[in-house]
Structure formats: structure tokens, C-alpha cells
Design a protein around this ligand. Sequence first.
Ligand SMILES: *[C@@H]1O[C@H](CO)[C@@H](O)[C@H](O)[C@H]1NC(C)=O
Ligand SMILES: *[C@@H]1O[C@H](CO)[C@@H](O)[C@H](O)[C@H]1NC(C)=O
Ligand SMILES: *[C@@H]1O[C@H](CO)[C@@H](O)[C@H](O)[C@H]1NC(C)=O
Ligand SMILES: *[C@@H]1O[C@H](CO)[C@@H](O)[C@H](O)[C@H]1NC(C)=O
Length: 372
Amino acid sequence: MIPYIRGLHSITCIHFLPNMKILIPLLFPLFLTVNGCLHISGPSNKNCTPTDPSVFLFAYSNDLDRSDLIMYYQLTGPIYNTHRSHGLKFNVAATVRFDTKIREDIVFHEVANEDDKLFHSQNAAGTRVEQQNVDPSQRFDSSETGSDVLDMLERFIGTNYKDLCGSSALIVMSRSPNEVEISKLVTKIREYHITLNIVVRVPFSGGHRPETIYDLAAKTNGQCAFTNVVRDQAYHWMPNILNAFTYYSLNLKVSGTGTMVLPPLTLQKNATLDLGVGAQSSATAESFQNLTLSWRNSQTGTTGSFSRTREQMNQKSLNFFSKEKFLEAEAATYELTLDYNYSLEDTVLIRMNSLQPIDDWLPYQNSSIETQ
Ligand SMILES: *[C@@H]1O[C@H](CO)[C@@H](O)[C@H](O)[C@H]1NC(C)=O
Ligand SMILES: *[C@@H]1O[C@H](CO)[C@@H](O)[C@H](O)[C@H]1NC(C)=O
Ligand SMILES: *[C@@H]1O[C@H](CO)[C@@H](O)[C@H](O)[C@H]1NC(C)=O
Ligand SMILES: *[C@@H]1O[C@H](CO)[C@@H](O)[C@H](O)[C@H]1NC(C)=O
């Protein structure tokens, strides 16, 4: 007997008992078409909403310097405070160090305190990062060795932790992966709606395929910023780290100069949106010249815009721009236009995030929209 409830997949999930696992591989393909909500193994659920309790993962490469880890406190303090004061989303902190000779476990900092769980979890996570720090003796011996960041993400998902769905990961790294093929990982990250905020310290400490990281962020509605100075108030230039709810996400392939009308943004409720723009796919690209992103409220005709030039790139951000309160907007439909100026082809990532909860996940994009 296969139990199923038609049409209730967003509300009701069918929980399989562990001893039914053997049956699942056979039933799953058939079953998914009738009921999108299945717990195949373990208690983790793929059908969460953006506001369901989830995990905040801090993952850092052992290639970083001790002093880079101050970023942890600069970033996670505001993140947790914001989420605590708004009663939002994250309810457990997780940490892991990667790029080590001996692989290390992902630790979920579960605490007994019921009153302020996130606060105590964050404290435990902070203590762990402080004690673990970085260990130069555990670094890979060769700069040819690629980062194991993709393996780390596979393992994070593989934990099947109960609140895995809808998690956010802040990943700080300096070594590129050597892999190019990421489609399996992309599928998993999408299934669990995991948001990636990746900060890459350059120059790279090793590895050969930096473009894989940008590609991973692009395909999962995440962000990827290259920087020379990890330790400098990164949340000022990566706003999505603070604002967990994604309202707009678009990847565009651009080259030359032109104007492109983008898909409009419809706000059901008043919202304040921060903007993040990945202007080029690497720290060293020379393609980006300047761009302007403009909005127009189609009901009232109010307009606004954001412009940046190549000269405005600085050490803090070698490919990424952000603008707090890009749109402080009332419920309406907003027309969006991008004016771009690139000397070579590149991929632009446009993201708008808010602290105001949103009901649904945005769709994912496999290939960047091409400009004419
Ligand atoms: C989109 O990408 C995912 C992951 O790479 C892949 O599994 C899926 O088949 C792709 N879909 C299309 C329509 O190309
Ligand atoms: C494009 O960038 C170049 C170099 O910065 C500049 O000279 C030119 O005026 C720009 N053109 C447009 C249309 O933005
Ligand atoms: C680039 O900058 C130039 C000079 O300020 C300006 O005229 C042009 O409109 C800008 N182009 C874009 C695409 O923002
Ligand atoms: C939304 O914003 C408009 C304009 O600022 C304001 O008049 C309205 O009261 C706001 N609505 C809500 C529900 O806050």
C-alpha cells in the first residue's frame, strides 16, 4: 500500500519509518508525481517555506589567516541580533572548517536552553570557531590541490539535519575548487533551498577553477564576492547576509553596451529591499565598465536608480556592489531596467533581499538571460 494525499503536499508530509527505506528507491520516481512532499531518509524536509526555522552555517577555509576570522564576529553578531529581534528564521548555528588534510565534521550547535535558543547556539558556535581557529599544519601541501568546499556542502546536505531546508550558508574561502561539473550539487542545494553567500579572499591560495564558485552562487540564487580584505565589515558590501529573504534574483549575460528591460518586481506588501550586484565573474576580469539599474513604480510613476563604475571597485569588493534601501517601496509593480557597459562578455548577478518575510521561494535559473 502506498499512502498518499493528493493536493496536500504543501501542508502535509508523509513520514516514512526507517524500515521502509529499502522500498523508497523503487517508489520514489512514481511517487513524486503524486505527492511532492516526501521524507525519504531521516527527518529533514525539502518542502519548507522561507520563514520556517532553519540553520545558519558558517563555513571557513583553513587557508585563511587567523585575523580573517574576525569576520565571523563582525558578521554573525548582526545576523543573529537581527534574527533574534525580529523572531526570524534561524534557530541553530552550525560551523565547519574545510580545506584540511583530515576532513572535519559539521557541528550543529544545539543547546538545551529553550528561552533564547539562537543566542546560546551562536555563543557555542563562536566558542568553537575561536578554539578551532585555523591550523597551518593541516593545510593542503600543494597549491594544485583544489578546495573541498563542494564536498563540504554535500556533507552539510548529507547530514539530513531536521531544519536543513531553507538554511543559509556563509562561506569564506581562498582556494578555488578544481571541479567544473556541479549539476548534482546544484540540484540538491535547490531542493533544500539553501542560500549561499560566498566571500572569496584573493589572491587565491590554490586550486584552478575560481569560476565554479561564481557559477554555483549564480545557479542557486546566491551571491559571490571577491575581496582583498575579508576582515573589513563585509556586511556593508554583502547585504544579503543580513537580509535572509530573497525578493528578486536574476543572472544576465552581458557584453558591449545596451539597455535591457528586466522582468518586473511585484511587491504584495510594503518592503525595504537591499540590492546586491555581482558585476563580474572574477576578481581580475576587466570586462565591467559601468552599469545603471533603474526602477519605476508602474502605478505612481516614482523612479530611482543605482549606478556604479569600474573606478568604484575597491579592495573591499573586486566584483560586487551593494546598496542598502535600494527600494523602500509600497506594494506595487516595479519596472526594472539595466543599462550596461562591458568591454567583454560577462555574467551579472542581481539580487534584492529584505528582512521582511516572503511567502515563497524564487525560481532558479539554469542559464543566464542573454541580452540582445
Ligand atoms: C537545470 O539544472 C539542474 C541542475 O544543474 C538540472 O538538473 C536540470 O535538468 C536543469 N534543467 C534544465 C531545464 O536544463
Ligand atoms: C563605457 O565605458 C567607457 C570606458 O569607461 C566610457 O568611455 C564610455 O563612455 C561608456 N559608454 C557608455 C554608453 O556607458
Ligand atoms: C557610464 O558612465 C557614463 C559617464 O558617466 C554615462 O554617461 C553612462 O550613461 C554610464 N553608462 C551606464 C551603462 O551606466
Ligand atoms: C505602505 O506604504 C504607503 C506609502 O508609504 C503607506 O501609505 C501605507 O500605509 C503602507 N501600508 C502598510 C500596510 O504599511
